[in-house]
Write a protein that binds this ligand. Structure first.
Ligand SMILES: [Zn+2]
Length: 315
């Protein structure tokens, strides 16, 4: 049983313009880190495009068709102030969602132990009918429905350690007690949601952190809040919204996480998944805007996903 990396060159062709922090170089830096000898056992796979039917479980058809119809033949079209379509964006968005659905299929069928989807655009800000915050389709929400509808898994959890609150995932999950969403994020910060009082139908766990919070605060709230809530939910499948922009080097926010925190959190999440769902975990890239920190943090995360497949004890 291996860890599989899903990615696709089309995800490099989504280009929101010079100076935009959500750049193709982000993915290039991650893939370069995952090509080093440490990761020789990582199995690479091409992300297929998601099928319309899969995306429609999280987004209305009119929204999906509207986004795809807005993709320009040349130049760029803005969906909001910071979410922009280039000619390559339609295929990139379809393959970003398709990576997660394919990864869910492979993990649910027991073909692989777990997976990391190194894709862009990210997804956690995308609401059912609104593309926003660099996100077009909500990749992890689409993955959650894939696990439920295709594989009959009843209880699906998403844990999101991106520095921003995943307003889109929360909005899509909020009224469904069999879907669980937990997020650690900086507050105040974009998009302005994610207060602890936002609890859905008891299935949402928001843990805002103040600017300058770092390893100690992150590990404390994971240990005291997120992990117990996840454990109590008893997931049949776990998705991770893996954004690395809470890193101390990140230019878009003010938290002070380090690579070791991502390794630690990955181990802890894998331990809960091992207890409740035979370790079924699919992780998908969200944010992370310092290229060096992003590559190192992604590598730390994937290294722990791979270690879990070898039965190495989780420290
Ligand atoms: Zn983010």
């Amino acid at each position: 049983m291996v860890t599989r990396l899903y990615t696709h060159p089309a995800c490099l062709a989504h280009d929101m313009g010079p100076g935009h922090p959500e750049s193709p170089a982000r993915l290039t830096s991650i893939l370069a880190a995952l090509k080093t000898p440490d990761f020789a056992a990582l199995e690479w796979a091409e992300a297929p495009p998601a099928e319309l039917e899969q995306i429609m479980r999280a987004h209305p058809l009119a929204f999906i068709e509207g986004v795809l119809a807005a993709v320009p033949a040349s130049g760029r079209v803005a969906l909001d102030a910071d979410t922009i379509l280039s000619p390559g964006s339609g295929e990139a968005a379809l393959r970003a969602a398709g990576a997660v659905t394919a990864a869910v299929d492979a993990v649910a069928r027991g073909q692989i132990a777990n997976a990391f989807c190194a894709v862009r655009p990210p997804g956690h800000h995308a609401e059912a009918s609104t593309a926003m915050g660099f996100c077009i389709f909500n990749n992890v929400a689409i993955g959650a429905y894939q696990a439920r509808v295709v594989h009959g898994l009843a209880r699906i959890a998403v844990v999101d350690f991106d520095v921003h609150h995943g307003n889109g995932t929360q909005a899509i999950f909020a009224r469904d007690p069999a879907l669980f969403y937990a997020s650690t994020h900086q507050m105040p910060l974009y998009p302005g949601t994610g207060y602890a009082q936002e609890t859905g139908v008891g299935n949402i766990c928001n843990v805002p952190l103040p600017p300058e919070a770092g390893s100690v605060e992150f590990r404390a709230v994971m240990t005291d809040r997120v992990l117990p809530a996840l454990d109590a939910f008893r997931p049949d499948f776990l998705l991770i919204s893996a954004g690395f922009d809470a890193h101390k080097a990140d230019p878009l926010a003010n938290l002070r996480f380090e690579e070791a925190d991502y390794a630690w959190a990955t181990d802890r999440l894998l331990a809960v998944a091992a207890q409740h769902c035979q370790g079924r975990v699919v992780s998908a890239l969200e944010g992370g805007y310092d290229l060096t920190a992003l590559a190192a943090s992604s590598a730390a995360h994937v290294r722990r996903l791979m270690a879990a497949t070898k039965g190495v004890s989780l420290s």
